[in-house]
Design a protein around this ligand. Structure first.
Ligand code: ADP
Length: 241
Protein backbone atom coordinates (compact mmCIF):
# COMPACT_ATOMS: atom_id res chain seq x y z
CA UNK A 1 0.00 0.00 0.00
CA UNK A 2 1.21 3.57 -0.55
CA UNK A 3 2.90 5.06 2.47
CA UNK A 4 0.46 6.85 4.74
CA UNK A 5 2.03 10.10 5.87
CA UNK A 6 3.18 9.70 9.43
CA UNK A 7 2.97 13.41 10.11
CA UNK A 8 -0.80 13.70 9.59
CA UNK A 9 -2.46 14.61 12.87
CA UNK A 10 -5.42 12.28 12.60
CA UNK A 11 -7.64 14.23 14.97
CA UNK A 12 -11.12 14.47 13.42
CA UNK A 13 -11.85 17.82 11.78
CA UNK A 14 -15.54 17.31 11.05
CA UNK A 15 -16.56 20.80 12.18
CA UNK A 16 -14.62 22.41 9.35
CA UNK A 17 -16.13 22.70 5.90
CA UNK A 18 -14.73 19.77 3.87
CA UNK A 19 -13.84 21.72 0.75
CA UNK A 20 -12.42 24.80 2.48
CA UNK A 21 -9.03 23.38 3.30
CA UNK A 22 -5.43 24.48 2.89
CA UNK A 23 -4.35 21.51 0.80
CA UNK A 24 -4.92 20.19 -2.71
CA UNK A 25 -6.94 17.05 -3.36
CA UNK A 26 -6.21 15.24 -6.63
CA UNK A 27 -7.80 11.91 -7.61
CA UNK A 28 -6.75 9.34 -10.22
CA UNK A 29 -9.53 7.40 -11.91
CA UNK A 30 -9.90 4.94 -14.78
CA UNK A 31 -10.38 1.32 -15.75
CA UNK A 32 -8.07 -1.52 -14.72
CA UNK A 33 -4.61 -1.27 -16.26
CA UNK A 34 -5.06 2.34 -17.37
CA UNK A 35 -1.83 3.26 -15.58
CA UNK A 36 -3.32 5.49 -12.87
CA UNK A 37 -1.42 3.87 -9.98
CA UNK A 38 1.85 4.24 -11.90
CA UNK A 39 1.18 7.94 -12.52
CA UNK A 40 -0.04 8.56 -8.96
CA UNK A 41 3.22 7.13 -7.62
CA UNK A 42 5.31 9.05 -10.15
CA UNK A 43 3.63 12.38 -9.46
CA UNK A 44 3.95 11.82 -5.69
CA UNK A 45 7.71 11.30 -6.07
CA UNK A 46 8.06 14.34 -8.31
CA UNK A 47 6.13 16.62 -5.93
CA UNK A 48 8.00 15.33 -2.86
CA UNK A 49 11.28 16.03 -4.64
CA UNK A 50 9.97 19.54 -5.35
CA UNK A 51 9.46 20.09 -1.61
CA UNK A 52 5.71 19.56 -1.24
CA UNK A 53 4.19 17.64 1.62
CA UNK A 54 2.47 14.80 -0.23
CA UNK A 55 0.07 12.17 1.10
CA UNK A 56 -0.27 9.30 -1.35
CA UNK A 57 -3.22 7.05 -0.69
CA UNK A 58 -5.82 4.84 -2.38
CA UNK A 59 -9.39 3.54 -2.28
CA UNK A 60 -10.77 1.33 -1.13
CA UNK A 61 -8.15 1.58 1.61
CA UNK A 62 -5.75 4.17 2.94
CA UNK A 63 -6.20 3.42 6.65
CA UNK A 64 -5.76 0.06 8.44
CA UNK A 65 -9.49 -0.65 8.77
CA UNK A 66 -10.21 0.50 5.22
CA UNK A 67 -7.41 -1.78 3.96
CA UNK A 68 -9.13 -4.73 5.70
CA UNK A 69 -12.31 -3.81 3.86
CA UNK A 70 -10.30 -3.61 0.61
CA UNK A 71 -9.15 -7.21 1.12
CA UNK A 72 -12.75 -8.39 1.45
CA UNK A 73 -13.76 -6.29 -1.56
CA UNK A 74 -11.05 -7.63 -3.89
CA UNK A 75 -10.90 -11.26 -2.74
CA UNK A 76 -12.29 -13.84 -5.15
CA UNK A 77 -14.80 -15.87 -3.13
CA UNK A 78 -14.96 -19.58 -3.82
CA UNK A 79 -18.22 -20.21 -1.95
CA UNK A 80 -21.23 -18.97 -4.01
CA UNK A 81 -22.99 -17.78 -0.85
CA UNK A 82 -20.20 -15.23 -0.41
CA UNK A 83 -20.35 -13.93 -3.97
CA UNK A 84 -20.76 -10.19 -3.34
CA UNK A 85 -23.99 -8.51 -4.40
CA UNK A 86 -23.69 -5.07 -6.03
CA UNK A 87 -25.25 -3.58 -2.88
CA UNK A 88 -22.65 -5.29 -0.66
CA UNK A 89 -19.91 -4.03 -2.95
CA UNK A 90 -21.17 -0.46 -2.71
CA UNK A 91 -21.61 -0.69 1.07
CA UNK A 92 -18.06 -1.97 1.54
CA UNK A 93 -16.64 0.86 -0.54
CA UNK A 94 -18.69 3.44 1.35
CA UNK A 95 -17.65 2.04 4.75
CA UNK A 96 -13.99 2.20 3.74
CA UNK A 97 -14.43 5.73 2.32
CA UNK A 98 -16.07 7.07 5.46
CA UNK A 99 -13.11 5.91 7.53
CA UNK A 100 -10.60 7.19 4.98
CA UNK A 101 -12.19 10.65 4.65
CA UNK A 102 -12.65 11.23 8.39
CA UNK A 103 -9.36 9.77 9.60
CA UNK A 104 -6.90 10.62 6.86
CA UNK A 105 -8.11 12.79 3.97
CA UNK A 106 -9.76 15.64 5.87
CA UNK A 107 -7.06 15.95 8.55
CA UNK A 108 -4.32 15.93 5.88
CA UNK A 109 -6.11 18.49 3.69
CA UNK A 110 -6.85 20.81 6.61
CA UNK A 111 -3.17 20.63 7.53
CA UNK A 112 -2.18 21.68 3.99
CA UNK A 113 -1.05 18.45 2.31
CA UNK A 114 -1.15 17.68 -1.39
CA UNK A 115 -3.25 14.50 -1.31
CA UNK A 116 -2.98 12.14 -4.28
CA UNK A 117 -5.65 9.45 -4.15
CA UNK A 118 -5.77 6.40 -6.43
CA UNK A 119 -9.57 6.12 -6.97
CA UNK A 120 -12.32 7.97 -5.08
CA UNK A 121 -16.05 8.72 -5.47
CA UNK A 122 -16.10 8.65 -9.27
CA UNK A 123 -15.03 4.98 -9.21
CA UNK A 124 -18.14 4.12 -7.20
CA UNK A 125 -20.38 5.77 -9.77
CA UNK A 126 -18.51 4.14 -12.67
CA UNK A 127 -18.17 0.61 -11.20
CA UNK A 128 -21.21 0.14 -8.96
CA UNK A 129 -23.42 2.56 -10.95
CA UNK A 130 -22.60 2.17 -14.65
CA UNK A 131 -20.89 -1.23 -14.26
CA UNK A 132 -23.26 -3.01 -11.83
CA UNK A 133 -26.39 -1.03 -12.64
CA UNK A 134 -27.10 0.43 -9.18
CA UNK A 135 -29.12 3.65 -9.06
CA UNK A 136 -26.73 6.58 -9.59
CA UNK A 137 -28.75 9.08 -7.50
CA UNK A 138 -28.75 6.69 -4.54
CA UNK A 139 -25.00 6.23 -4.86
CA UNK A 140 -24.48 10.00 -5.02
CA UNK A 141 -26.62 10.53 -1.90
CA UNK A 142 -24.79 7.87 0.07
CA UNK A 143 -21.52 9.21 -1.19
CA UNK A 144 -22.23 12.72 0.12
CA UNK A 145 -23.03 11.13 3.48
CA UNK A 146 -19.72 9.25 3.80
CA UNK A 147 -17.50 11.95 2.28
CA UNK A 148 -19.13 14.69 4.38
CA UNK A 149 -19.31 16.54 1.04
CA UNK A 150 -15.57 16.35 0.23
CA UNK A 151 -14.93 16.58 -3.52
CA UNK A 152 -11.58 16.54 -5.32
CA UNK A 153 -10.05 19.78 -6.60
CA UNK A 154 -8.90 17.91 -9.68
CA UNK A 155 -9.54 14.46 -11.15
CA UNK A 156 -7.64 12.68 -13.90
CA UNK A 157 -9.50 10.02 -15.87
CA UNK A 158 -7.05 7.64 -17.52
CA UNK A 159 -8.68 6.37 -20.67
CA UNK A 160 -7.77 3.62 -23.09
CA UNK A 161 -9.57 0.72 -24.81
CA UNK A 162 -10.61 -1.92 -22.28
CA UNK A 163 -8.71 -4.77 -23.96
CA UNK A 164 -5.47 -2.76 -23.79
CA UNK A 165 -5.89 -2.06 -20.08
CA UNK A 166 -6.70 -5.69 -19.28
CA UNK A 167 -3.75 -6.89 -21.37
CA UNK A 168 -1.44 -4.76 -19.21
CA UNK A 169 -2.94 -6.21 -16.03
CA UNK A 170 -2.70 -9.78 -17.30
CA UNK A 171 1.04 -9.74 -16.55
CA UNK A 172 0.16 -9.25 -12.87
CA UNK A 173 -0.03 -12.63 -11.14
CA UNK A 174 -2.34 -11.20 -8.46
CA UNK A 175 -5.47 -10.84 -10.57
CA UNK A 176 -8.23 -9.59 -8.26
CA UNK A 177 -12.01 -10.12 -8.37
CA UNK A 178 -12.58 -7.00 -10.46
CA UNK A 179 -9.78 -7.79 -12.96
CA UNK A 180 -11.57 -11.08 -13.67
CA UNK A 181 -14.88 -9.43 -14.62
CA UNK A 182 -16.13 -9.85 -18.19
CA UNK A 183 -15.16 -7.41 -20.94
CA UNK A 184 -18.70 -6.00 -21.16
CA UNK A 185 -18.53 -4.94 -17.49
CA UNK A 186 -15.25 -3.07 -18.01
CA UNK A 187 -16.68 -1.43 -21.14
CA UNK A 188 -19.65 -0.10 -19.16
CA UNK A 189 -17.25 1.23 -16.51
CA UNK A 190 -15.15 2.98 -19.16
CA UNK A 191 -18.27 4.56 -20.65
CA UNK A 192 -19.28 5.65 -17.16
CA UNK A 193 -15.99 7.44 -16.55
CA UNK A 194 -16.26 9.22 -19.91
CA UNK A 195 -19.83 10.26 -19.12
CA UNK A 196 -18.80 11.61 -15.70
CA UNK A 197 -15.92 13.55 -17.29
CA UNK A 198 -18.39 15.10 -19.71
CA UNK A 199 -20.65 16.13 -16.82
CA UNK A 200 -17.80 17.66 -14.79
CA UNK A 201 -15.47 19.26 -17.34
CA UNK A 202 -13.96 21.74 -14.88
CA UNK A 203 -12.91 19.12 -12.35
CA UNK A 204 -12.20 16.10 -14.54
CA UNK A 205 -9.58 15.81 -17.30
CA UNK A 206 -9.42 12.83 -19.63
CA UNK A 207 -5.87 11.56 -20.08
CA UNK A 208 -5.01 9.57 -23.17
CA UNK A 209 -3.54 6.54 -21.40
CA UNK A 210 -2.33 4.79 -24.57
CA UNK A 211 0.83 6.92 -24.59
CA UNK A 212 4.16 6.14 -22.92
CA UNK A 213 4.54 6.49 -19.14
CA UNK A 214 6.99 9.36 -19.67
CA UNK A 215 4.67 11.33 -21.96
CA UNK A 216 1.79 11.00 -19.49
CA UNK A 217 4.00 11.92 -16.52
CA UNK A 218 5.06 15.08 -18.30
CA UNK A 219 1.43 16.03 -18.93
CA UNK A 220 0.55 15.39 -15.26
CA UNK A 221 3.22 17.79 -14.09
CA UNK A 222 1.96 20.52 -16.45
CA UNK A 223 -1.67 19.99 -15.41
CA UNK A 224 -1.08 20.22 -11.65
CA UNK A 225 1.19 23.27 -11.82
CA UNK A 226 -1.56 25.97 -11.90
CA UNK A 227 -3.49 24.66 -8.90
CA UNK A 228 -0.32 24.25 -6.84
CA UNK A 229 0.72 27.78 -7.78
CA UNK A 230 -2.66 29.17 -6.78
CA UNK A 231 -2.86 27.29 -3.49
CA UNK A 232 0.72 27.67 -2.30
CA UNK A 233 1.86 30.92 -3.94
CA UNK A 234 3.80 33.05 -1.50
CA UNK A 235 3.55 30.40 1.20
CA UNK A 236 6.27 28.33 2.72
CA UNK A 237 6.12 24.88 1.12
CA UNK A 238 6.04 22.11 3.74
CA UNK A 239 9.05 19.86 3.38
CA UNK A 240 8.09 16.21 2.92
CA UNK A 241 9.42 13.83 5.56
P1 ADP B 1 -3.98 0.74 -12.87
O1 ADP B 1 -3.60 1.29 -11.53
O2 ADP B 1 -4.72 1.75 -13.68
O3 ADP B 1 -4.68 -0.59 -12.81
P2 ADP B 1 -1.14 0.36 -13.19
O4 ADP B 1 -0.54 1.70 -12.99
O5 ADP B 1 -1.09 -0.62 -12.04
O6 ADP B 1 -2.65 0.51 -13.70
O7 ADP B 1 -0.48 -0.27 -14.48
C1 ADP B 1 -0.83 -1.58 -14.93
C2 ADP B 1 0.37 -2.16 -15.69
O8 ADP B 1 0.59 -1.38 -16.86
C3 ADP B 1 1.67 -2.13 -14.89
O9 ADP B 1 2.40 -3.29 -15.20
C4 ADP B 1 2.37 -0.89 -15.40
O10 ADP B 1 3.77 -1.00 -15.32
C5 ADP B 1 1.91 -0.84 -16.86
N1 ADP B 1 1.80 0.53 -17.37
C6 ADP B 1 1.47 1.64 -16.69
N2 ADP B 1 1.46 2.73 -17.51
C7 ADP B 1 1.78 2.28 -18.74
C8 ADP B 1 1.93 2.92 -20.03
N3 ADP B 1 1.72 4.22 -20.20
N4 ADP B 1 2.26 2.14 -21.07
C9 ADP B 1 2.44 0.80 -20.93
N5 ADP B 1 2.34 0.14 -19.76
C10 ADP B 1 1.99 0.87 -18.67
Amino acid sequence: MPSVATRVNTERTSKKSPNRHRGVFITFEGIEGSGKSTQCRGLAEYLKDSGFWVVETREPGGTPVAEHIRDIFLQTQTNPIDSLTPETEASLVFAARSQHVASLLLPALHQGAVVLCDRFSDSTLAYQGYGRGLNISNLQRFNRFVTQGLTPDMTFVFDLPVHQGLARRRHDLNQNRIDKEVLAFHSRVRKGFLQLAQEHPRRMTIINARRSEEAIAKQMRVLVEPILQRRFRGKQISRSQ
